[in-house]
Design a protein around this ligand. Structure first.
Ligand code: NAD
Length: 521
């Protein structure tokens, strides 16, 4: 790694505000150097056969599993995630991705032969190949500092691309660890490089010669990156924020729905793009019971040190995030919202702590129902009907995920189909990000492009069509020279192939054949 001697950035433990590391802010020249090296390495990496790439991925899997304790500890210390979540939410996705890619990527990226249906094209054979693009710039957030970049990098390198990763400035140490793991697993130097720094480093990366940018982060940064990438027309995938709705139907079983909602709102202290940010309960005989249970389970959550194995909710990442959560809750409270539990920061714990908070009597004039809060709050709205719940859920700038909670699954599925999002989970939430087999991505301001799955792989390759004509020296009908008989041939051919009346088809065939052998002019 090339180290700048001037500027550095500190990594802060959000649980106690202590500095746990310092890394260089890489400047333009260093970023360019990394990208140049990635291009150089691409020349050879793209030629490495699948079975050899897969072998390295399997070794990476072994290293992640063997180093799970160390990685989990680092993640919890650097971003404040409860240790259970550092194992479950950060490591299972990457490990499952290793297995899924090892077992399926070669088949999914195998050449495809396409048959033509038009008899005039019978001499042609089409082959579609999936070729690596080149150098992929991965710009990552801090909230899943290990899982998000590792799953993205795995997808890119299995296709034969090389990667330059810019981790978040709030999780640089985890980013560096990722680079070390790929290198230890035997990936040649230059296949995966990590450049540390703040948004200025990210900006330099987006101005380099990249084949694609995969960005995960805020809407604001996504929009800036789109314009930074525009002069060089670098294609990009944007995985942005969310304001995920949970819709609870009247027949939803009370106890596990309450447990599911509480987990979905407060896991990672609510700092997940797919965490439950608003709840719509369709009024029914169990409504009050459900709210009481939500309050009961929220009250029981233990707020505390992320590395204490009994902690349920850790701190938020920093003072900026803490103030944002406070501002959303205070604005809602001032406008009539009831705080059923929580509602304040907890400075006595030493870090950036906010109590898990449940609110009712909220509405869409409040930021807490329309803007991404990204904190441990669960605003609940009771609505009169399923239709109203769907309308309210769709009344949103974001379209990442949603969840539907119900006893009757077919009703829940019908509601799921009406929601304008990229993913709907029925009777669960969040968890599908850890499933490498299924697509991940959003609509509206949640971004575009898909990661994970066969659809994500397609974003990382050049889908190249090769058309082979085996008719030797014969002229093609569509070549020069043109002339009246060629027009007749064309008309006859169209009638023959696409006419709807049998007699017209036969006539068309005769016109076509007769004119086909006449001189064009
Ligand atoms: P952020 O946008 O502040 O930063 C993300 C990354 O982008 C960081 O590495 C940062 O240094 C870099 N960056 C910022 N501005 C840049 C610029 N102009 N050019 C280049 N790089 C730039 O986001 P964050 O606070 O790290 O993450 C939280 C956000 O990410 C939330 O909105 C959350 O919903 C979203 N998120 C989305 C997904 C998803 O899959 N859709 C997943 C996780 C997080």
């Amino acid at each position: 790694m090339v180290v700048s001697k001037t500027a550095t950035i500190q990594s802060i433990n959000p649980a106690n505000r202590e500095v746990i590391g310092e890394v260089p802010i890489m400047a333009a020249a260093e970023v360019k150097e990394a990208v140049d090296k990635a291009w150089k390495t691409f020349e050879t990496w793209q030629l490495v056969p699948y079975h050899k790439r897969i072998k390295k991925i399997i070794e990476l899997r072994r290293l992640i599993e063997a180093g799970a304790d160390e990685i989990a500890q680092l993640v919890s210390t650097e971003v404040g995630k409860p240790i259970v979540e550092s194992y479950l939410a950060e490591l299972t996705g990457p490990l499952d991705s290793c297995v899924w890619l090892a077992e399926n990527s070669e088949t999914l990226l195998k050449d495809q032969v396409i048959q033509m249906t038009n008899p005039l094209l019978a001499t042609k054979q089409s082959v579609v190949t999936f070729e690596p693009l080149g150098v992929i710039g991965v710009i990552a957030p801090w909230n899943y500092p290990f899982a998000i970049p590792v799953m993205t990098i795995l997808m890119a390198v299995i296709c034969g691309n090389t990667v330059v990763l810019k981790p978040s400035e709030k999780s640089s140490l985890v980013g560096i660890k990722i680079g070390e793991l790929f290198e230890k697993a035997g990936f040649p130097k230059g296949v995966v490089q990590v450049i540390t720094g703040d948004r200025s480093t990210g900006e330099q990366l987006t101005k380099c010669d990249l084949s694609r940018i995969i960005f995960t982060g805020s809407v604001e940064a996504g929009s800036q990156i789109m314009s930074q990438a525009a002069p060089n027309l670098i294609p990009l995938s944007l995985e942005l924020g969310g304001k995920d709705a949970a819709i609870v139907l009247p027949d939803a079983p009370v106890d596990w729905t309450a447990r599911g909602l509480v987990w979905g709102a407060f896991t990672n202290a609510g700092q997940a793009c797919a965490s439950i940010e608003r709840v719509y309960i369709v009024k029914g005989k169990n409504t009050q019971k459900l709210i009481d249970k939500i309050v009961q389970y929220t009250t029981a959550l233990k707020l505390g040190s992320p590395t204490d194995q009994t902690t349920d909710v850790g701190p938020v990442i920093d003072e900026f995030q803490l103030s944002k959560v406070e501002a959303h809750v205070n604005q809602a409270r001032e406008n009539g919202a009831q705080i059923l539990v929580g509602g304040k920061r907890h400075d006595d714990l030493g870090g950036f702590y906010y109590e898990p908070t449940v609110l009712t009597d909220v509405n869409h004039s409040m930021d807490i129902m329309t803007k991404e809060t990204f904190g441990p709050v669960m605003p609940i709205m009771v609505v009169d009907s399923e239709d109203e719940a769907v309308l309210k859920a769709n009344d949103c700038d974001y379209g990442l995920c949603a969840s539907v909670w119900a006893g009757g699954l077919s009703r829940a599925e019908a509601v799921a189909r009406d929601l304008q999002v990229g993913t709907v989970l029925i009777n669960d939430c969040l968890v599908s990000h850890a499933m490498p087999q299924v697509p991940w991505g959003g609509l509206k301001k949640s971004g575009f492009g898909r990661s994970h799955s066969q659809f994500g792989l397609m974003d990382l390759v050049n889908i190249k069509h090769i058309s082979i004509d085996s008719s030797g020296g014969n002229h093609r009908l569509w070549w020069y020279p043109y002339g009246p008989s060629r027009v007749k041939t064309a008309r006859g051919g169209l009638k023959f192939l696409h006419g709807t009346f049998p007699l017209g088809k036969i006539k068309g065939m005769f016109i076509f054949v007769f004119n086909l052998f006449r001189k064009a002019k």
